[in-house]
Design a protein around this ligand. Structure first.
Ligand SMILES: *[C@@H]1O[C@H](CO)[C@@H](O)[C@H](O)[C@H]1NC(C)=O
Ligand SMILES: *[C@@H]1O[C@H](CO)[C@@H](O)[C@H](O)[C@H]1NC(C)=O
Ligand SMILES: *[C@@H]1O[C@H](CO)[C@@H](O)[C@H](O)[C@H]1NC(C)=O
Ligand SMILES: *[C@@H]1O[C@H](CO)[C@@H](O)[C@H](O)[C@H]1NC(C)=O
Length: 424
């Protein structure tokens, strides 16, 4: 089967699909009323849409004729209203996609995205016999971990079908403070490019309504944190499911505790310390805990750079703007001190991953910042973002994650997030 490509991003292929892509693919099929996987019909509908498009050229949008561009048309011509209001069956999704693990090592892992998922997927791939030229699971990039041969090395276990295994394996999951989890999802998916063409466009359409400009409607590239939070807690029942996404659905909803019955719940906040205990308990090979890089910040930055440049297309944002976004994201994550300005001139209008890498590496030595300072900077960046969110919305958010706060012992009303409003 051929790939379906939208805006230069491969959305689906049999060999290298991810749950995200599969979900999107299924949803596209639904929108254009294909209930069975009929590729002929898909091409037919693509053709009809292309004809409609030809009759309807506006805003100087180019007429496209390649297969890639047909898919693009499908994406663009789907009325945004439909795109953003489709209900997904969450239960089916959870059962189908979100519990992985390793039969050999007798453990199952329920994934709460944005809570160490990439780390666990690396481990799971490694244990399931991925290319052993890798010395450690951490030699695999984030991009590779999610997209290359994923179906081969990342098994998914379902209730009923794999009940025995799920009943008898050691069941593990990782959770994270909902406020930091959501902020991190925003940085990864909306500040940096990843969800711009999907959720980003929906958010612009739903929240800006008539005020939305054409570029933002087409690109979804500049959703603000305030808009994102409003979207997540949006009370519209009909669209609620679609507003949800595994990157921010409450952990208690992704991994219903009464069904998954975890033996071990790790917290992302203590993961570096605690994960080794699990490795030991599971008798994992010793090589598992070796990161190839001693410098974790460097490792994380380079991995993110690689990912961002792989998922970016420059339709919607210039390399210079992307560079600034990356810089900002790295400041929010405390990789770069806040006071260091984006060194635009050093790229001489030629921003490539290689150039960015070398600038970051050469300048970093002068930055070495104490870890307490880093922690503080990271927290402060997040607090500033939450300060843009109206109090009413913050309370809705608190309500949205209420089960997570309770189940995992996180503070539901951190004073620094709610502070500016206290007493006002
Ligand atoms: C995927 O698996 C196949 C078969 O084992 C292998 O030949 C190929 O190199 C893998 N692809 C990637 C990108 O690792
Ligand atoms: C798998 O782990 C579970 C829970 O720790 C244990 O009860 C079970 O005996 C193990 N099964 C095997 C085959 O090792
Ligand atoms: C988003 O981008 C468009 C076009 O670049 C711009 O006109 C608009 O002001 C931006 N909106 C926000 C909220 O940044
Ligand atoms: C941009 O930088 C890359 C190295 O990252 C180099 O190969 C390329 O020639 C440069 N292009 C221009 C136009 O300077």
């Amino acid at each position: 089967m051929n790939n379906l490509v939208i805006d230069g991003k491969i959305l689906f292929s049999r060999e290298e699909s991810s749950a995200e892509e599969t979900e999107l693919f299924r949803y596209i099929m639904k929108v254009i009323y294909i209930r069975k996987q009929s590729y002929i019909l898909l091409i037919g509908v693509g053709f009809v849409l292309a004809v409609l498009f030809l009759l309807n050229i506006r805003n100087g949008e180019r007429v496209a004729n390649s297969r890639k561009n047909n898919a693009e048309i499908i994406n663009r011509r789907v009325p945004l209203h439909n795109l953003c209001n489709t209900a997904l069956d969450l239960r089916e999704k959870v059962d189908r996609y979100e519990i992985s693990g390793s039969g050999k090592y007798n453990f199952s892992y329920c994934m709460v995205y944005k809570a160490a998922t990439t780390t666990w997927l690396r481990i799971i791939r490694f244990l399931n016999g991925e290319d052993l030229s890798l010395k450690s699971p951490f030699d695999s990039s984030k991009y590779r971990t999610h997209y290359y041969n994923a179906s081969k090395f990342i098994p998914y276990f379902k209730y009923n079908q794999n009940q025995d295994f799920l009943d008898n394996s050691l069941r593990v999951m990782t959770v994270r403070d909902p406020y930091t989890r959501l902020w991190s999802a925003y940085i990864d998916k909306f500040l940096l490019p990843d969800f711009w063409h999907t959720r980003g466009r929906c958010i612009v359409n739903l929240l800006r309504k008539r005020k939305a400009d054409q570029t933002s409607l087409r690109c979804g590239h500049n959703v603000t944190f305030k808009e994102f939070v409003e979207y997540v807690v949006s009370p519209n029942e009909e669209s609620k499911r679609w507003h949800q996404d595994k990157h921010w659905i409450p952990a208690t909803e992704m991994c219903r505790l009464d069904q998954f019955k975890p033996h071990i719940i790790l917290k992302q906040e203590n993961l570096r310390k605690d994960i080794f205990k699990i490795f030991k308990k599971l008798n994992l090979p010793a090589s598992i805990d070796k990161t190839s890089s001693e410098d974790l910040t460097d490792y994380e930055m380079m991995d993110q750079l690689d990912y961002v440049f792989k998922v970016s297309n420059f339709d919607c944002v210039s390399p210079a703007t992307l560079g600034e976004r990356i810089w900002k994201a790295f400041q929010y994550n405390s990789y770069i001190p806040l006071e260091i300005m984006y060194p635009k001139d050093e790229f001489h209008n030629n921003l490539t991953m290689e150039n960015m890498r070398s600038v970051l590496r050469s300048r970093r030595e002068s930055w070495l910042v104490k870890s307490e300072v880093k922690k503080l900077q990271k927290r402060e960046a997040m607090i500033s973002a939450y300060k843009t969110v109206p109090l009413k919305t913050l309370y809705e958010l608190r309500n949205y994650y209420k089960d997570d706060f309770k189940a995992f012992g996180y503070e539901s009303k951190p004073s620094d997030i709610f502070e500016p409003f206290i007493g006002s």
